[in-house]
Design a protein around this ligand. Structure first.
Ligand SMILES: *Cc1c(COP(=O)(O)O)cnc(C)c1O
Length: 404
């Protein structure tokens, strides 16, 4: 059972996170309890990871069954559920092949390597990749170089070269930044930026970039690590634009909490890697594959895409209603996002809300300084969404009344 905590602290763990001073013990559905027995409504879902919430009655027995069979074998052998999960992801995305890894940054690192080799294979020796302002792609050297946040890059130079940065939703900037540059091989972005503050790529922009990539023979690579896996009400957020990427990294929600990542490739990128080009020890292991297969099966059985769309729309509307006056006065700038990936942007920094909400029994996060991020489990119901609003909105109002 849990080691009792004198207080919630971890003096021997490397100090890389500003942690909320609570230690969680167990969960059920959209609720978690700390080691002192206090309960919290979970509107963070382990940062868009716990697709099925906690202790899901269908997932847990399946994982227990898998633990007793095989946890890990290595990629020296076929792992049957790799093929089952790959086939499913191909069916859901309309793409063609999948590489498995264990995290989001690894999926993105593989995507970046695919883009570079795509270039080298056609004689481009110094390939360049278009990336975006405010983007977040991970913490490895290549992925933090692709990330558009100076705070994440500070102290880790020299950065990996070969990136061209452009603003979101601006076709003229994209054209200007790549004009007469024969080294461009790919355009890489999140369909909805997560860490950057829940910033959405417009559907017409997505369509236009798809067209441009076709014209110029560039790979369209869409990081769906956070916005994918049903969160917006479609399997993948780019599907709202009716387009298909050439490369799509996935992770976070794909295994409902078991570490897993994947890179899904369309026909133009499916055969770039050959034996020996890329690999990872844990990638595609039997436990992670079972988690992915069961997560998708349960999502389909329980209609969680339509639930995410329905409860997300309800939550967004209820927030807008509760914050009507603040929206009118622009103290709350915007409520945005899609499905159960919502951001509430305030006119002032609001990191203090994380601790205040936790004290009131609600788990949320704040990203990009001023944006409250709600990415709850996709099993959340409308009553729970109403409870989020009833805890969160009074605290927002109170924060807005405090002097700057
Ligand atoms: C979280 C995230 C990553 C990094 O995933 P890790 O598993 O933390 O390495 C990459 N891209 C996006 C869009 C993310 O939200």
């Amino acid at each position: 059972m849990d080691t009792p905590f004198i207080e919630a602290s971890s003096p021997h763990v490397m100090n890389t996170y500003g942690r909320v001073p609570i230690a969680l013990s167990h969960g059920q559905g959209c609720r978690v309890w700390d080691v002192n027995g206090k309960s919290y409504l979970d509107a963070l879902g382990g940062i868009a990871v716990n697709t099925l919430g906690h202790n899901h009655p269908k997932l847990v027995p399946a994982l227990q069954d898998q633990l007793a069979k095989l946890i890990h074998t290595s990629n020296y052998y076929h792992v049957p559920n790799q093929e089952v999960l790959a086939k499913k992801l191909v069916e859901l995305s309309g793409m063609s092949n999948v590489f498995f890894c264990s995290t989001g940054l690894e999926a993105n690192e593989a995507a970046l390597k695919l883009a570079r080799k795509f270039g080298h294979d056609k004689g481009i020796e110094r390939p360049e990749i278009v990336v975006y302002e405010k983007a977040f792609h991970g913490r490895s050297l290549a992925t933090l170089s692709a990330t558009g946040n100076p705070k994440i890059q500070a102290g880790f130079g020299p950065l990996v070269e070969g990136f061209i940065r452009v603003p979101l939703n601006n076709m003229e900037s994209l054209l200007a930044a790549t004009a007469n540059n024969p080294n461009v091989v790919a355009v890489f972005f999140e369909a909805i930026q997560g860490e950057g503050g829940i910033n959405t790529m417009h559907l017409d922009y997505l369509k236009a970039v798809r067209q441009l990539c076709d014209q110029r023979d560039w790979l369209l690579m869409i990081d769906e690590v956070q916005c994918g896996m049903g969160r917006t009400g479609k399997w993948f957020a780019h599907q709202w634009a009716g387009i298909k990427p050439d490369v799509m990294p996935l992770a976070k929600g794909l295994g409902s909490g078991v570490p897993i990542g994947a890179v899904v490739a369309g026909p133009r990128a499916a055969n770039i890697f050959q034996p020996g080009n890329h690999g990872t020890t844990f990638g595609g292991n039997p436990l992670a594959m079972r988690a992915g297969v069961e997560t998708i099966r349960i999502m389909e059985e329980d209609g969680l895409l339509s639930n995410a769309a329905k409860v997300g729309a309800h939550l967004a509307a209820a927030l807008a209603q509760a914050l009507k006056a603040e929206l009118a006065s622009q103290a709350v700038k915007e409520i945005r996002g899609q499905g159960l990936m919502l951001g509430i942007e305030l006119a002032k920094p609001c990191a203090a809300l994380v601790g205040q909400c936790a004290a009131s029994g609600l788990l949320i996060s704040v990203t990009a300084d001023t944006v409250i991020r709600l990415v709850p489990p996709l099993i959340m119901n409308t009553a729970e969404a109403d409870e989020v609003v009833s805890i969160l909105c009074p605290l927002i109002k109170q924060l807005l009344l405090e002097a700057a």
